[in-house]
Design a protein around this ligand. Sequence first.
Ligand code: GLY
Ligand code: MN
Ligand code: MN
Length: 437
Amino acid sequence: MSPSLYADHLRTVLARYEAALAASGFDQAVVHSGIPKVAFQDDYHYAFKPNPNFLQLLPLDRHPGCFVSISIGKKPQLIFLQPFDYWHVVPEDPSGDWVAHFDITVIRTPAEAKSVLKLTGKAAFIGEDSAHFDDWGFAAFNPQTLLAPLHWQRGLKTAWEVENIAAANRIGARAHNAARDAFLAGESELGIHYAYLRASGLKESELPYGNIVALNEHGAVLHYTELQSKKPAQSRSFLIDAGANVNGYASDITRTYARDKNEFAELIAALDVHQLKLIDAVRPGQSYVDLHIAFNRAIGGLLKQFGVITIDGDSAVEQGITSTFFPHGIGHLLGIQVHDIAGRVADPQGTPNPPPAAHPYLRLTRKIEKDMVFTVEPGIYFIDMLLNELKAKPQAAHVNWAKVEAFKPFGGVRIEDNVLITDGTPRNLTREAFAAV
Ligand code: GLY
Ligand code: MN
Ligand code: MN
């Protein structure tokens, strides 16, 4: 990746901070990377998950106890914790293209930061565990007036952020292919998961989320993460939702496979066609809620086409039938967080913008804008709990229950791509990655 991409990224993010500081009346923003968390009554730590606001400023994703201080018109300051510690591996000296953009002070204990940090005027702390910093002189902790515009703008990715997500897609695509091969070889869910890890070169703790590796009926559990070690007698179908991380930026990819040429394989292929067609039509200015509803209609149409329901797709949406088979949102913003922040706000001030009552799980309700990266992840599932609810309603008359029973052993299908919005046809970072590997 070219160094200028990062330099441009940092310039953009710092400009956003300066504008947000000026507008909210703060003089300084101090962003803390985080403190490692210890298990209750234990001395073992959970995997460290850095403050995403910190991670957006520089690619230090395994560095607790660090601070970036941003003041209007000044070079940002980095306080870099490199502890004296012979129990653990200590972070190496700061290195990389980003180093030149910061005034760096190395500290050896977390407490040293207090004297190194020069608080001037009204300083805002951005991070977790604010109780540790009560007496450091901050005027506010995580003030919404400062954070809301920054989070809103994080929905629009810089070119550097896009390149990281694209690279995370290439790692994911390579690992997805290895997982597919392991499925075809009859591996267990755990065996497939290992194949994924090996091909990705990532440790489990480096994945953006726990891999969803679901054989057969398990595909009907939306977030199935059991990873059974026993091979099933028969592997009919395989749903894998797994990503990768590059410089703290995630990919979030789902693919579904059928072992045999059958109706389930046809359902996967048909959903794939609709997914690509609807993605191609996405343009800035449209509403993501409308995109979600358009996918509900398409899924209704597929249910009719495959004989699962007896009424047309639009009527199925109106009668609430599609949400039995597609009970989640069509996607979400993607970035440092898999479900990136500020998807459900109406404006840079953070005014809540909840999803429509009929679609409570939709995680993105904003107008679609150029430079947004979001997922598009339609699915059709055969979920006992939801099917039983539908069976008890008058709408049950519109369902071909024998067809439902025939599909149940395959669990469900989901196809998830990561999409960058442009002025024209969106850039599908996931398809691009599969084509490249
Ligand atoms: N992997 C979680 C999701 O697709 O949102
Ligand atoms: Mn997703
Ligand atoms: Mn996913």
